[in-house]
Design a protein around this ligand. Structure first.
Ligand code: FBP
Length: 551
């Protein structure tokens, strides 16, 4: 602990705020609410999840008497990309297990879901956990992206859970990882083993939400880190007055991060993938809209500005959407074409081979792209079949197309553009107070759900717009968030991704203001995350959550 900063030292001592109802968990009992169904494809999902489908929504209430809880053995795993607050889910889980019974034990599977399958774990003791409280990253036990889906993987996971005599497994992950949690819960129940499986909504992308899941953890901190950087760049831009900054933001398909950062910083342009799809805007239309703004600003001698680009934009521009879906089929079908493609050694050979298989429209789109982007589109998909959008440099592509467009218009002013990508620098930031508090409560709730013998549930907290003392812990059946989608060229049960809704108050706010922000310099400079001091700056929540319809 010698090599830690003064702020880290202070943060280790921070006591996360808990909802009032979680202050004495020995007197809690479950309050069963309505039965759930799925967001779509309920008949098929009922067949696939006969043991866990249709479970009731769970709330908690105070009971009149104290309950004795038996000692429990629980294991926890991080799955997927880092998100600020993960360590607090573990510390909350640990503290709650010990409160329920001091003889309970917590284990941590190492390096993600592969640890669950290969039975690699450590016991998480107070000493170990105390060095990670309120700090970013997932380095206490590591993370990974293995998908648990084959019979062999499921069986090995079950053998390990039996050997450890686990009462519960907590999977801290995004939509795909929580789908894994539902599959594991169903498998364990079908095979009559008593280990319960609980998911926790993690992802900076903000795309794991529903009527019952208000927000995923990590989104708040990541957006605050990016917005600080965007604000700083805006300040530099308005001072130097010589560059357009094209900033790509992480967030996978959905544009939640770009929207939240735009609401926090007021850039001149922000692209929203979902809007592009809805209005069927081609790359040409997107480019010409940006060029229009640059021309207008140039007339006022403003040859500088800020353009925000969500990393998933390519999946929404119609001609790219078609191209990507064709490429996905070619690259992940496991059939002849994929095998032949993988035999080719050079990228040039691969590109030429792929061109012979694409439809006329997709081939035309593919051929227009610079070879760097062509190569990036051919990169391996992740284990869940997703395109690795974080590797596709769309901001550079847009700079090129805008340059070309301005030239064709005879634009005489200066257009000097710089590109940036903000992704990994936000994923492991030191959690904001909101994420630190939220995650600690999520860990507590996961322990309570296991203690109640519930499986296939997601640990959730409601009422997040209110003061933490009024937050409401709950359990949401994971199957209630699912539908069927095409993955690796097959229909698979998955949690439906939440995209930006164009009728949401957050999007409408952007829509009402963006012309003003395009023309004038209404930049906001959020500065760095504050952990101590005035609550107005330490405990603020995401603007998109504040504007949401949750009560
Ligand atoms: P999760 O979906 O696992 O939360 O990860 C989110 C994310 O950070 C995306 O925003 C990004 O596109 C992706 O992970 C990057 O993946 P990797 O860490 O494998 O490069």
């Amino acid at each position: 602990m010698e090599n830690i900063s003064p702020l880290q030292k202070k943060r280790l001592k921070y006591l996360p705020k808990l909802p009032k109802i979680l202050e004495d968990i020995s007197t809690l009992e479950i309050d069963e609410k309505e039965k759930t169904t799925s967001v779509a494809d309920s008949d098929k999902l009922k067949e696939l999840f006969p043991e866990t489908f249709g479970a009731k929504l769970i709330h908690f209430k105070k009971s009149s008497s104290k309950k004795d809880s038996k000692p429990m053995k629980v294991a926890v795993v991080f799955s997927g990309g880092q998100a600020p607050g993960g360590h607090n889910v573990i510390s909350g889980l640990f503290d709650a297990l010990k409160k329920l019974n001091p003889n309970s034990k917590l284990f941590g599977y190492l390096n993600g879901p592969s640890g669950v399958v290969d039975c690699k774990y450590v016991e998480l003791t107070k000493d170990l956990i105390d060095d990670f409280r309120n700090l970013g990253g997932f380095d206490l036990i590591g993370s990974g992206r293995t998908k648990i889906e084959t019979d062999e993987q499921l069986e090995k996971s079950m053998i390990c859970a039996k050997d450890l005599d686990l009462d519960g497994i907590v999977i801290i992950g995004g939509d795909d990882s929580n789908t894994n949690a539902a599959i594991l819960a169903e498998y364990f129940k079908k095979n009559k083993i008593s280990t319960k499986v609980i998911g926790v909504p993690k992802t900076i992308d903000g795309d794991l939400k529903s009527d019952e899941v208000e927000i995923s953890f990590g989104f708040d901190t990541a957006c605050k880190v990016y917005s600080e950087l965007i604000g700083n760049i805006a300040k530099d831009s308005i001072s130097a007055k010589k560059y357009y900054h094209f900033i790509r933001l992480m967030g996978r398909s959905a544009s939640h991060i770009a929207l939240e950062c735009a609401l926090k910083t007021h850039p001149n342009v922000v692209l929203i993938g979902e809007e592009i799809l809805e209005k069927k805007k081609t790359l040409k239309i997107v480019t010409s809209k940006i060029a229009d703004i640059i021309e207008k600003r140039a007339k006022e001698n403003k040859n500088y500005g800020i353009v925000l680009v969500p990393e998933g934009i390519v999946e929404f521009i119609p001609e790219f959407k078609l191209l990507i879906s064709e490429l996905n089929k070619l690259l992940t079908s496991g059939e002849k074409t994929e095998i032949e493609l993988n035999k080719l050694k050079t990228n040039i050979e691969k590109i030429e081979f792929v061109k012979t298989l694409l439809s006329k429209e997709s081939k035309a789109c593919f051929e227009l792209l610079p070879d760097t982007i062509q190569n990036q589109l051919l990169l391996d998909r992740d284990p869940h079949g997703n395109v690795k959008v974080s590797q596709i440099e769309t901001e550079k592509l847009l700079i090129k197309t805008v340059q070309k467009e301005l030239k064709s218009r005879g634009f005489k002013d200066k257009f000097n553009a710089l590109n940036h990508f903000f992704g990994y620098e936000g994923r492991s930031g030191m959690p904001s107070n909101f994420d630190a508090n939220y995650c600690y409560s999520l860990g507590f709730t996961a322990a309570l759900l296991i203690n109640e013998g519930l499986t296939g549930y997601m640990s959730c907290i409601g009422n997040l717009k209110d003061d933490p003392k009024n937050w409401k812990p709950k359990g949401v059946p994971i199957t209630s968030l699912m539908n069927l989608e095409l993955r690796h060229a097959k229909q698979k049960p998955v949690i439906k991704k939440a995209l930006v809704e164009l009728n949401s108050k957050a999007f409408k706010h952007l829509d009402e203001n963006r012309e003003k922000w395009a023309k004038n310099d209404h930049y906001i400079y959020p500065g760095s995350i504050q952990y101590f001091g005035d609550q107005e700056v330490t405990d603020n929540i995401p603007i998109s959550l504040k504007l949401s319809d949750f009560k």
